[in-house]
Ligand binder design. Structure first.
Ligand code: 5GP
Length: 189
């Protein structure tokens, strides 16, 4: 059976959901992994569509029962995780799983799935471009700009070597093409 997974991670605002949705539209064999969470649904979110929603107590019981591939307490009291049953559900259909997950979760999943996984880190353009954008926006003090730039730089450094591919989302059309290329190659393997 074709037990593969594709992982997309990014610091917030790098455009990962847009790229994941683009790939889902192109490849019918890709299926989105629905995470479990203990946070409350937002807006029109539905159980079994965006997330599987549970109370924090239910989530803790499931942790104790070893039901997760990985999980994290992303905010105090708010758990997020990938259920083993979700992975099996998608693989049982012969589909390839696609994850849209935070950077730490992405690194954990790559470690767990190894060669079955292809992981992509999406990065905003260079530190210089980021700095220019922030200066041009004129809403941050020079200290705040340097803090943001340093954070982006450290996220890039953290990601370096931990992902199979780093995709710079400078131009969305080019980012789509690059994602199509690397994911297309992985799916063909
Ligand atoms: P949100 O509450 O905005 O939907 O998500 C908050 C954060 O949790 C995001 O960074 C998202 O990527 C992350 N997240 C969503 N699902 C999972 C998961 O299954 N595992 C982990 N580790 N993080 C997740």
């Amino acid at each position: 059976m074709n037990r593969k997974v594709v992982i997309f991670s990014a610091p917030s605002g790098a455009g990962k959901s847009t790229i994941v949705n683009h790939l889902l539209g192109l490849h019918p064999e890709l299926e989105f992994s629905i995470s479990a969470t203990s946070r409350a649904p937002r807006g029109q979110e539905q159980h079994g569509k965006e997330y599987y929603f549970f109370t924090a107590d239910e989530f803790r019981s499931m942790i104790a029962e070893d039901k997760f591939v990985e999980y994290e307490e992303v905010y105090a009291g708010s758990f997020y995780g990938t259920l083993k049953s979700e992975v099996e559900r998608i693989w049982a259909k012969g589909h390839v799983i696609i994850f849209d997950i935070d950077v730490q979760g992405g690194v954990n999943l790559k470690r767990i799935f190894g060669d079955k996984a292809f992981s992509v880190f999406i990065q905003a353009p260079s530190v210089e471009v980021l700095r220019e954008r922030l200066i041009g926006r004129g809403t941050d003090t020079p200290e705040a700009i340097e803090k943001r730039v340093a954070k982006a730089a450290s996220e890039m450094e953290f990601a370096a070597g931990k992902f199979d591919h780093v995709l710079i989302n400078d131009d969305l059309q080019k980012a789509f093409e690059e994602a199509e290329q690397v994911i297309g190659d992985f799916l063909k393997k």
